[in-house]
Design a protein around this ligand. Structure first.
Ligand code: CA
Length: 234
């Protein structure tokens, strides 16, 4: 089945470049340059993914996201132009599945698109083929988080995690595949009143890695995204 992608970008040359390259990858693409038109197009074609610029004429990317999230379960890859926007993207409760900051390379863009679609496909397949999972249990290969018992197991062995390490891992697990900034992590895991600074996050990530990574000097579960934060790969 050909996957459909809706590209929403008001810069004509970028829009055409994105659409052209996605089509060459075999996706079915519709490209529009306005937030209001994007809503209409999304409802009509029910795309598998929307690539959504934030600064748009008509409704902006945040408005479009808010409205679409109420209507359909649609993966969103947001395009941001400014650092200030990133905090808002990450702060959205029902926010983007991923985001990219301009300028980006076409190769990186296509890789992200593929990754988001793959993730969505796996989630769907899992939902289709498996019995409903026990809600309290999160599994990532040989790593299991048992929320009802507040226990983390690696290769069936219970790990001794400090409470904050557990909270941090759970936060990562619930946002698998998303880039999470240090300040967002700090806010959500430690809370607003915490004064320790974002170094606290780095320290706890290091501790967690030493417990859950096969090789903590080459982490594969919690990866560092340079200049942005961390991403939990599972
Ligand atoms: Ca724009």
């Amino acid at each position: 089945m050909v996957e459909k992608i809706l590209v929403v970008e008001d810069e004509v040359s970028l829009r055409e470049t994105l659409a052209y390259n996605l089509e060459r990858q075999g996706y079915e693409v519709e490209a529009v340059g306005d937030g209001t038109v994007a809503l209409e197009a999304a409802r009509r074609i029910q795309p598998d993914l929307i690539v959504l610029d934030i600064m748009l004429p008509g409704l902006d990317g945040f408005d479009v996201t808010r409205i679409l999230r109420k209507e359909m379960n649609l993966p969103i890859l947001m395009l941001t132009a400014k650092d200030e926007e990133i905090d808002r993207v990450l702060g959205l409760e029902l926010g983007a599945d991923d985001y990219m900051t301009k300028p980006f390379s076409m190769r990186e863009f296509l890789a992200r698109v593929k990754a988001v679609l793959r993730r969505v496909r796996l989630i769907r397949e899992e939902a289709d083929t498996q019995a409903p999972p026990v809600a309290d249990m999160l599994e990532f290969g040989d790593l299991e988080i048992d929320q009802s018992r507040h226990e983390v197991r690696l290769k069936d062995e219970a790990l001794a995690l400090k409470p904050k390490e557990y909270d941090l891992l759970l936060f990562f697990a619930r946002h698998r595949g998303q880039v999470l900034s240090r300040s967002l992590i700090l806010e959500r895991v430690w809370g607003w009143d915490f004064s320790g600074g974002t170094r606290t996050v780095d320290v706890h990530v290091r501790w967690l890695r030493s417990k859950i990574e096969p090789d903590s000097s080459n982490p594969v579960r919690i990866v560092t995204v340079r200049g942005a934060g961390y991403r939990f790969e599972g």
